[in-house]
Design a protein around this ligand. Structure first.
Ligand SMILES: Cc1ncc(COP(=O)(O)O)c(C=O)c1O
Length: 441
C-alpha cells in the first residue's frame, strides 16, 4: 500500500509528519513497509540522511520498527489514532482466533452487580481516589505479594505505562519476555525505551537470559506471572527463586510483575515482588471479570506507588469509584466467582483439547495456562495464510517476538467445538510447508 502513496516533505520533520498523516488517514496500515530510504530520498529530491532522520524519529516514537532486511515497517499498534482509517482487522467470514480476548460468553454479567451498587452510590467530588473497600478486598486477594502500598490504575497496561514512566527515561533499557505481549512491546517502543529480550520457557523467563540483560544495563524487567501471552508460561517456584537470585546483585532494578490472568489462572502465584528495592505488581480484572472494567490493582514499594498516584493526580485523577465499587461487588458475588471458575475450566479444556489434537498429529504446541496457544511454525506468512484458507484468523508470531523463532498464536476466546478438528488439520499443514511438496499432486 505504501508503494502507491505519495509521501511529502523536504525536511526530516516534514517527512515524518507525512508518514503519520498517511497512517491516521488509512493510507498506511500496521505491518506496511515504508519505501527504502534511498528510493524515497530520490522521489522527494532530498538527501538520504534526511529520510533516515525522519525514519529514526518515527522509530523513536514507536510508530515504525526496523524489520531487518525488510526495511522499515509500521508497528502493530503505533501510538497514533487510526480513527480516520477503515481497516477491518479480520476479513468477514473468518473465525477470529487472533485477538487474545477473553470469551465474552464466559465473563460474569456486570448488569446485576451494577444494579445492586446503584442504590448505594453517593455523589462525590474531586477529593476521591482509591476506594478503601477495594483496597481492603485486594489485600486479601494478593496472597504472598506485600500489600502495604496499593493504588488503582485503569488496567494493567495503563499501570505498566505509569510504572515505567515513574522510573525510566527514553533510551533506558528494559528486559522484556521474548516472545512477549505485543501491546507491551509496542508500549516500550512508544516510550522510547530499548527492549532487551529474555527467552521464556514454560516456567517463565530464563534466569540466565535475565542475568545477561541486567549485565547489559537493563534498568527494569517486566515479568508475566501466569498465563504468559503468547506462550502460556507460568513462573514456577524454582524459577522465581532463580530470578530472585539473579536480581540480588541489582537491588536498584525495577521489577514489574503483570498478573493479568488473576483469578483465571490455574496455577499458584510465585511472586518476585520485593526482590529489589523498586518493584510493582499488577493484578488486572480484565481477563476474569471483563476488559471493560478497565481496572487493575497496583502493589509496590512506597516510592513507586506514590509516584504513580501523584502523577495520576495531574492527569486523569483517579479511576472512577463507580468502577471500583463494581469490582468490589463482583469480587464478593458468589455467582460471579462461580462463573470465573467455569471460565477457568473451559479455557483449560480448550487448551488441552487443541494441544491434544495437535500432538496426535505430530505437532507440539505451547499453552500451559491462559487463553492462547503458541504453535511454532517454519514460515509465519505461509502459516497464517494456510490457516486463513481453512477459515481461521490467527496472529503471526512476529507481533510478539524479538529474536525467538517463528510461530503463530491461536487465541481460544472464540474457539467453539466444531472448529477443533478443521483448525488442528489446518495448523498441521501450516506448521510444515514442505509437507505440501512431498504429497503427490
Ligand atoms: C500479558 C497481558 N497483560 C495485560 C493484559 C491486559 O490487561 P488490562 O486489560 O488490564 O490492561 C493483557 C491482555 O491481553 C495481557 O496479555
Amino acid at each position: 500500500m505504501a508503494e502507491h502513496y505519495q509521501f511529502e516533505g523536504s525536511t526530516a520533520a516534514g517527512i515524518s509528519v507525512s508518514v503519520e498523516f498517511a497512517l491516521t488517514h488509512g493510507h498506511l496500515a500496521p505491518g506496511d513497509s515504508l519505501p527504502p530510504v534511498r528510493q524515497l530520498a530520490g522521489e522527494l529530491g532530498v538527501s538520504p540522511n534526511t529520510v533516515a532522520a525522519a525514519y529514526r524519529h518515527l522509530r523513536d516514537r514507536g510508530l515504525v520498527e526496523t524489520a531487518g532486511r525488510n526495511g522499515t515497517r509500521v508497528r502493530q499498534r503505533p501510538p497514533v489514532s487510526a480513527r480516520l482509517a477503515a481497516h477491518p482487522s479480520v476479513p468477514d467470514g473468518l473465525a477470529d482466533l487472533s485477538a487474545g480476548e477473553p470469551d465474552t460468553d464466559l465473563l460474569p454479567a456486570h448488569g446485576p452487580a451494577l444494579a445492586r451498587i446503584a442504590t448505594r452510590l453517593t455523589t462525590t467530588g474531586y477529593s476521591t481516589g482509591p476506594h478503601h473497600e477495594l483496597l481492603e478486598a485486594a489485600r486479601t486477594r494478593l496472597g504472598p505479594v506485600p500489600s502495604e502500598h496499593l493504588t488503582v490504575t485503569a488496567g494493567a497496561l495503563d499501570g505498566l505505562e505509569r510504572i515505567l514512566t515513574a522510573h525510566l527515561r527514553a533510551g533506558d533499557r528494559v528486559a522484556v519476555e521474548d516472545p512477549g505481549w505485543a501491546a507491551l512491546l509496542d508500549l516500550v517502543a512508544a516510550l522510547g525505551l530499548q527492549p532487551l529480550p529474555v527467552p521464556v520457557d514454560d516456567d517463565g523467563p530464563d534466569a540466565q537470559g535475565l542475568d545477561r540483560a541486567l549485565r547489559q544495563g537493563a534498568k527494569a524487567v517486566i515479568i508475566t506471572s501466569r498465563a504468559q501471552n503468547p506462550t502460556g508460561a507460568v513462573v514456577s517456584a524454582s524459577r522465581a527463586a532463580g530470578l530472585r537470585a539473579v536480581l540480588e546483585p541489582f537491588p536498584d532494578v525495577l521489577v514489574v510483575e503483570d498478573d493479568h490472568a488473576a483469578e483465571l489462572a490455574d496455577d499458584e502465584l510465585h511472586a518476585i515482588a520485593g526482590a529489589t528495592r523498586c518493584w510493582a505488581f499488577l493484578r488486572s480484572t480484565s481477563k476474569p471479570y471483563g476488559p471493560d472494567l478497565r481496572l487493575a490493582v497496583l502493589a509496590g514499594d512506597a516510592t513507586t506507588v506514590a509516584r504513580v498516584e501523584g502523577r495520576m493526580r495531574l492527569g486523569a485523577g483517579w479511576v472512577s469509584t463507580i468502577l471500583q465499587r463494581l469490582v468490589v461487588e463482583l469480587w464478593s458475588d458468589r455467582s460471579a466467582s462461580a462463573r470465573v471458575e467455569v471460565a477457568k475450566r473451559e479455557y483449560a479444556h480448550r487448551r488441552l483439547r487443541l494441544g491434544g489434537l495437535l500432538r496426535a498429529r505430530g505437532v507440539e504446541a505451547r499453552g500451559r495456562s491462559g487463553i492462547n496457544v503458541w504453535v511454532p511454525v517454519t514460515d509465519e506468512t505461509y502459516a497464517v495464510t494456510r490457516v486463513r484458507d481453512a477459515g481461521f484468523a490467527v496472529a503471526p508470531g512476529s507481533l510478539f517476538r524479538v529474536g525467538t523463532p517463528p510461530a503463530v498464536r491461536v487465541s481460544l476466546g472464540k474457539l467453539r467445538p466444531p472448529m477443533y478438528e478443521p483448525l488442528a488439520d489446518a495448523l498441521v499443514e501450516a506448521v510444515r510447508p514442505s509437507r505440501r511438496v512431498r504429497q503427490p499432486v
